[in-house]
Design a protein around this ligand. Structure first.
Ligand SMILES: [Zn+2]
Length: 339
């Protein structure tokens, strides 16, 4: 059973909203397009032949139109493109596949060898990237606020991880369960990057979208798992609104109840677990989170405390009481009791 596909964008609506209010034309058009996508349920589920038991990627080029999937420009094992955007998308899909396959033994994001497809050069100056339930779609950015959305492998991992959540825990994209959905994408997005770079928890930057902000924007990324709320502070973008503790939880009706905002709290809990356990974050911390999402039994509307308790159980089941205590302590540090 799978939850309904969601249209999940990497740049939250409140960021584009603010830019649009200041008269930023590309942001206004990107926002209008995102609203259209959400309402039209763009996702198409193709019946297709039984998938091969291997990685299968196809990259399309929309050539600045809004037609999907666009002209096919690179296929699995085919020649490298002259277009670096095409190759970055191809490599990012491969890096995400590698983390799930090699570390967790998951065959593609659905666990059943779903082909990984993407479309690049979507729209004109489109300031976003999204997973539409069946493919990844990347804008080129406007070059003023955002650059090419294929630039960050963690952004690609983030979007595809929405697919993993869609096929497993199916967390509702609203309120705390929505913030957990967002957080899981940041967690696995960051792990895709760390695994590709061979970094240990203490070496990683724990940023989401480092390198996505255009030169001149005051910020380092879209989000920071290490220090939520510090990723950017810019005249045009505003200030990163993420809390790191339940005391600063943001009650809002915007952004599906602040799914991109309050995700800072579980994000930081994961960072604390990973750095306390040391070594490669995908091995212990990542395994605990992966087990939690795939074990079944987590309600679609699970809140932070329910999810936190499930991670403690997963840590004890997979590892030992010491690992479970580490997880408990991390949640406690962000203001969530697992008692
Ligand atoms: Zn997301």
């Amino acid at each position: 059973m799978t939850a309904a596909p969601r249209h999940c964008t990497i740049v939250p609506p409140f960021v584009l909203d603010r830019l649009a209010e200041q008269g930023h034309e590309a942001a206004r058009r990107s926002l209008a397009l995102d609203t259209l996508h959400r309402e039209s349920r763009l996702a198409t589920v193709l019946p297709g032949a039984a998938p091969a038991h291997e990685l299968s990627r196809t990259i399309g080029d929309a050539r600045h139109s809004r037609r999907l999937p666009g002209r096919t420009v690179r296929t699995e094992g085919g020649p490298v493109s002259a277009d670096t955007t095409v190759n970055r998308a191809y490599d990012g899909l491969g890096a995400t596949f590698a983390l799930f396959e090699e570390v967790y033994g998951r065959h593609s994001i659905d666990g059943a060898w779903l082909p990984l497809d993407a479309t690049v050069h979507y729209g004109r100056d489109y300031d976003n990237a999204f997973w539409d339930g069946s493919r990844m779609v990347f804008g080129d950015g406007d070059g003023v606020i955002f650059v090419d959305f294929t630039s960050c492998v963690d952004v690609i991992g983030h979007e595809l991880a929405h697919g993993v959540t869609q096929y497993t825990a199916g967390l509702d994209y609203q309120g705390q369960s929505g913030a957990l959905n967002e957080s899981l994408s940041d967690v696995f997005g960051s792990l895709v990057k760390q695994y590709a770079l061979g970094q240990h928890a203490e070496q990683a930057d724990w940023l989401i979208g480092a390198g996505l902000l255009a030169p001149g924007v005051h910020g380092v990324a879209l989000r920071s798992m290490k220090d939520p709320g510090t990723a950017y502070d810019d005249e045009r973008l505003g200030k990163d609104p993420q809390p790191a503790h339940m005391d600063d939880y943001v009650d809002t009706v915007q952004d599906n109840g602040g799914v991109h905002i309050n995700s800072g709290i579980p994000n930081h809990a994961f960072y604390l677990v990973a750095t306390a356990l040391r070594g490669p974050a995908w091995e212990c911390a990542g395994q605990i989170w992966y087990d939690t999402v795939t074990a079944g039994g987590l309600a679609h509307g699970a809140d932070f405390a329910t999810f936190a308790r499930a991670t403690v159980t997963a840590a004890r089941r997979r590892f030992d009481a010491t690992a479970a205590d580490t997880v408990t302590a991390a949640w406690s540090e962000v203001g969530i009791s697992t008692a």
